[in-house]
Design a protein around this ligand. Structure first.
Ligand SMILES: CC(C)(COP(=O)(O)OP(=O)(O)OC[C@H]1O[C@@H](n2cnc3c(N)ncnc32)[C@H](O)[C@@H]1OP(=O)(O)O)[C@@H](O)C(=O)NCCC(=O)NCCS
Length: 178
């Protein structure tokens, strides 16, 4: 994978659980990615709640610095992707796809059957990625997100995890990076 001005080897990629001190870096990435993003306090809360309360907070580090993150919950056989973002300089290089594929594999190991997420109607890049991963649009939540003075609808998407990862493209990504 390449970014402007540097080569990233797989050895330079580290996916790890977040710790309390990561909240500030995550909050800073959030400000770069969203107009109405999560505060640092929300990241702190998710990290503090942690595994005992069903939260998983993963940091993707590149050469020792947080490049993005993935926050999800799961209870019994249902999971919910709460947040995923990459610094703008690391977007559009396949890392989002890779992160979600890693999460899917993890959830399958924990016998999770269904994965859900909400995404802004206007976030076509993310919706396109989710569709290519196999998510289906299962409904809308009107006015779910703030949007300046107004509100914006969320698209609710679902992925069935049983018998997933049979496509060669996705398997190849996982095999290379496992
Ligand atoms: C949404 C987000 C996480 C997706 O991650 P990403 O790493 O940019 O996504 P990917 O690179 O895996 O896939 C996106 C595009 O890159 C392309 N791509 C994948 N691998 C590539 C590669 N090696 N080289 C060039 N392009 C590549 C894909 O074809 C895809 O293009 P398309 O969507 O225009 O068809 C990221 O863009 C982001 O952080 N956005 C801001 C926060 C956000 O919107 N989060 C989602 C909230 S629901």
């Amino acid at each position: 994978m390449k970014t402007p001005g540097e080569s990233i080897t797989h050895a330079g990629l580290l996916l790890r659980p977040m710790v309390a001190t990561d909240a500030a870096a995550a909050g800073a990435i959030e400000q770069l990615c969203y107009q109405h993003g999560w505060s640092e306090a929300i990241f702190s809360d998710c990290i503090t709640q942690g595994v005992p309360h069903g939260y998983r907070c993963w940091s993707l580090d590149i050469n020792g610095v947080m490049a993005g993150y993935l926050i999800f919950t799961f209870v019994a056989d249902e999971a919910h992707l709460l947040n995923i973002a990459l610094k703008p300089c690391y977007q559009q290089q396949g890392l989002g796809h890779w992160l979600i594929a890693r999460m899917i594999r993890y959830l399958q190991k924990h016998q999770v059957a269904e994965l859900y997420l909400e995404v802004r109607c206007s976030n076509l890049r993310a919706i396109n990625l989710y569709e290519r991963l196999g998510f289906s649009d299962i409904g809308h939540r009107p006015g779910y997100y703030p949007a300046g003075e107004q509100r914006e609808d969320a698209v609710v998407m679902q992925l069935h995890l049983h018998h997933y990862l049979t496509t060669s493209a996705l398997t190849a990504i996982i095999d290379i990076t496992a």
